[in-house]
Write a protein that binds this ligand. Structure first.
Ligand SMILES: [Zn+2]
Length: 486
């Protein structure tokens, strides 16, 4: 799966006269600014840029537009795109019972491929150009292949992880490949600590670029194992480890995350709803950690990344405002935009490639058209993006120098056929899920949940409803390339 060969003559995109939020500490926000893209990279920024003559050129008049780096989503489960909205009144316990033991068990490989494809289209539509996908639907090798197919068109157990790495990811370099390989170990809070250590070492042996796991989920952290502390004590933390959620991470654990360059991902919508505690992202950045935001599950909320950024900011402000008369607001809007772009790139170890608008970086950009009733007037471009926009304002999305959304519409997607497949396959999943004895599943989970001893061994004996395997970090332009070819 090599990247597309570079065209013989360079291709240019000239974005003219925009407000450009670079998310670069030196460059800041630039008004009346052009951005020139050459092939897959940013070639120049500045006013009234010259363009070479006799080249393939696309001009985008970005007057009244705001350009930002593509959003980076640090935690996601794409397979749930076919069961959107089923979990909006659930706790984390309800979620574990129904998603893991019920819906997950009726998904076929075909369902996985379709969900990955449709879900990734929706992410692109929302300006999300880079994600860390934690895939825990790898019920069989066929499910693993289907997930990758869904993304190209857009573990299993160790043996299959090795197969996937060797077959699909011979070159795992994100500078050259849009889709790279990582591992999600078995849930670390449901197995002995030393087993997690063993699986991390195994992930590194397999050449995983990222190893990601759910940890320290607030009140749900019932066993208080302090997984991260254990990994720190074992001197195994490193920049390849990404911890999702983490509301109950201790200060000592955050210090270890900072000093070793590991990353933390908060997913505000699900953490706030499901009882996982208050998002840790700002507490983590206060400590100097790499921290970012994730969308998590589309069985719950949609893929609007601006909503997640706003939610993260406002909840942290509410926490900060407790206990006194807040005459000034400490957290600034630009901080959360950074978290949703460059911060995500740092966590995913691609900040040398994406996350900000700077010459030489990859051309992953989002252009918001801000001349409608919901966005005018623009006094502060950062405020407009975080507080006033939605996917409806996203005019253009560019990934790796390729336009994947144009004039507010996805490019190349055969929406009528995707829509009919999503409708029919999601209906079948719903009907099959309705036949499962939810009471029995719930009783089994309760038994596991309130017995720490059982909890440590349950995953091994209950693999029928615990399917946690491979994950993939990828930039999702691959999906659109295949659509174009269909
Ligand atoms: Zn998750």
């Amino acid at each position: 799966m090599a990247s597309e060969p570079r065209p013989l003559s360079p291709t240019y995109i000239h974005i003219k006269n925009a407000s450009v939020i670079t998310v670069d500490a030196t460059a800041g926000v630039l008004s009346n600014c052009d951005v020139l893209l050459e092939n897959d990279a940013i070639r120049a920024t500045g006013p009234n840029l010259d363009v070479p003559s006799d080249v393939s050129l696309t001009v985008i008049d970005a007057t009244n537009c705001i350009v930002v780096p593509g959003f980076v989503n640090g935690h996601h489960h794409l397979w749930q795109h076919l069961i959107r909205g089923v979990s909006t009144d659930w706790s984390l316990f309800d979620y574990l019972v129904s998603i893991r033991s019920l819906y997950g068990s009726v998904y076929t490989a075909d369902d996985v491929e379709l969900a990955y494809y449709a879900g990734a289209l929706d992410l692109l539509n929302n300006g999300v150009t880079c994600i860390l996908e934690h895939s825990h639907i790898i019920n069989s090798p066929e499910h693993a292949d289907a997930a990758i197919r869904g993304l190209k068109k857009l573990a299993q157990r160790v043996r299959d992880a090795r197969r996937v790495r060797e077959v699909h990811f011979t070159n795992n370099n994100p500078a050259e490949e849009l889709l790279t390989f990582g591992i999600a170990p078995t849930e670390p809070e449901s197995q002995p600590l030393d087993e997690t250590v063993r699986q991390i070492l195994l992930s590194r042996d397999l050449g995983a670029r990222i190893t990601t796991m759910h940890v320290a989920m607030g009140p749900y952290d019932t066993a208080h194992q302090e997984v991260v502390q254990h990994l720190a004590n074992e001197h195994i933390l490193g920049p390849d480890l990404v911890f999702s959620h983490g509301a109950s991470l201790t200060d000592s654990e955050l210090d270890s995350i900072r000093s070793t360059g590991a990353g933390v991902v908060s997913t505000p919508d699900t953490e706030l709803q499901m009882g996982m505690g208050f998002p840790v992202a700002f507490r983590a950045t206060d400590k100097g950690c790499n921290a970012c935001l994730g969308l998590d599950i589309t069985s719950n909320q949609g893929n609007d990344f601006m909503t997640q950024m706003r939610l993260a900011l406002q909840v942290q402000r509410a926490v900060d405002n407790q206990g006194g008369l807040p005459l000034a607001i400490r957290r600034k809007t630009a901080e959360v935009l950074r978290m949703g772009t460059l911060g995500g790139a740092e966590v995913l170890r691609v900040d040398h490639l994406v996350g900000s608008i700077a010459v030489g970086k990859k051309a992953d950009l989002v252009i918001f058209r801000c001349d409608d009733i919901s966005t005018l007037p623009v006094h502060d471009p950062t405020a407009t993006v975080i507080f006033h926009t939605s996917s409806a304002n996203i005019d253009t999305v560019i990934v790796n120098g390729r336009i994947v959304k144009k004039d507010g519409r996805l490019v190349g997607a055969d929406w009528p056929s995707v829509r009919s497949a999503v409708l029919s396959q999601s209906e079948r999943i719903k009907a099959q899920a309705a036949k499962v004895d939810l009471g029995a599943a719930r009783a089994k989970w309760l038994e596991v949940f309130f017995s720490a001893t059982v909890m440590l061994t349950a995953t091994r004996s209950s693999v029928d409803f615990c399917v946690y395997r491979l994950d993939l970090h990828m930039k999702i332009v691959l999906i659109l390339r295949v659509v174009v070819r269909k």
